[in-house]
Design a protein around this ligand. Structure first.
Ligand SMILES: NC(=O)c1ccc[n+]([C@@H]2O[C@H](COP(=O)([O-])OP(=O)(O)OC[C@H]3O[C@@H](n4cnc5c(N)ncnc54)[C@H](O)[C@@H]3O)[C@@H](O)[C@H]2O)c1
Length: 257
């Protein structure tokens, strides 16, 4: 058990049955937070919770599709009933699509928008009023390097992640004086099932892996735990003066070619 930088905090992480969300949930629990582990896939959320409880942490699994506002509101009701308030919301759930404009259908745009943008909007909207009423709350959204610079062959994904950055800055600006902080994290490539799935879409997955790793100045992908460290900093009181930022953790990707 490491330090306890989130002792007594109630947190909720979406898309927490896998990859980055699971790593953030584990880290928050290690630091003393109670974690609602939300995923559209309940069994994966339950497996994250099992790991957390196995390490002595406190956590509960909840199932919801973040693209459905009614389901987000139901989760909010459950969280407030069980814990009284939510201190930190991490909207991490997201999906991808590989393709240029010519390789992207309107239905792909709609699918990514529903989860990556409406999902973040729905969760923030569900919890914001209760946070404002209490005079404190922190919303952390998972954007991407693809929300800061264009990434080749990722038209729909980049469009959705640029929107997440805009949404984050708007919430931060509009509600800063009400005790709300809102930030987003922009990872470079991270070794998760999300990336593994993308790699399978290439004719030569091994070559694609090498190419993906090389886009980062550090020449490797990040581990999910490295993104969880950034989420922990943002979730903790150490970042009290940080709001409206896109926190780049990209291995030097955006530093230049
Ligand atoms: N892996 C990367 O290289 C990378 C880089 C930058 C940003 N990101 C972003 O980080 C986030 C997490 O990525 P990951 O790599 O851990 O992905 P992942 O696919 O491993 O995990 C995503 C989780 O979200 C869940 N999910 C998907 N749609 C959902 C919905 N509608 N409602 C609730 N849960 C849903 C999935 O079931 C899954 O458990 C995403 O927003 C992604 O865009 C990932």
């Amino acid at each position: 058990m490491q330090g306890r930088r989130l002792e007594g905090k109630t947190t909720l992480v979406t898309g927490a049955g896998s990859g980055i969300g699971a790593a953030i949930s584990r880290r928050f629990a290690e630091e003393g937070a109670f974690v609602f582990v939300l995923d559209i896939d309940l069994s994966s959320a339950e497996s994250t919770v099992e790991t957390i409880r196995g390490q002595g942490g406190d956590s509960v699994a909840v199932a919801a599709d973040v693209a459905e506002s009614g389901q987000c509101d139901q989760i909010r009701d459950q969280v407030l009933q069980q814990r009284g308030a939510l201190d930190v919301l991490v909207s991490n759930a997201g999906i991808g699509h590989v393709g240029t404009l010519l390789q992207t259908e309107g239905s792909d745009m709609d699918r990514l928008y529903r989860v990556n943008v409406r999902g973040v909007f729905n969760m923030a909207k569900a919890f914001l009023a209760s946070m404002i009423e209490r005079g404190s709350g922190h919303i952390i959204n998972m954007a991407s390097i693809g929300g800061v610079v264009a990434v080749r062959d990722r038209l729909a994904y980049c469009t959705s992640k640029f929107a997440v950055v805009g949404l984050t800055k708007s919430i931060a600006l509009d509600h800063a004086r009400q005790g709300i902080r809102c930030n987003c994290i922009c990872p470079g490539r991270v070794e998760t099932p999300f990336v593994t799935a993308r790699l399978k879409e290439y004719p030569d997955p091994e070559a694609a892996y090498r190419e993906m790793a090389s886009t980062q100045a550090l020449g490797r992908m990040a581990k999910p735990e490295e993104i969880a460290s950034a989420a922990l900093y943002l979730a903790s009181d150490e970042s009290a003066f940080v709001t409206g930022t896109e926190f780049l953790i990209d291995g030097g990707w955006s530093a230049g070619k």
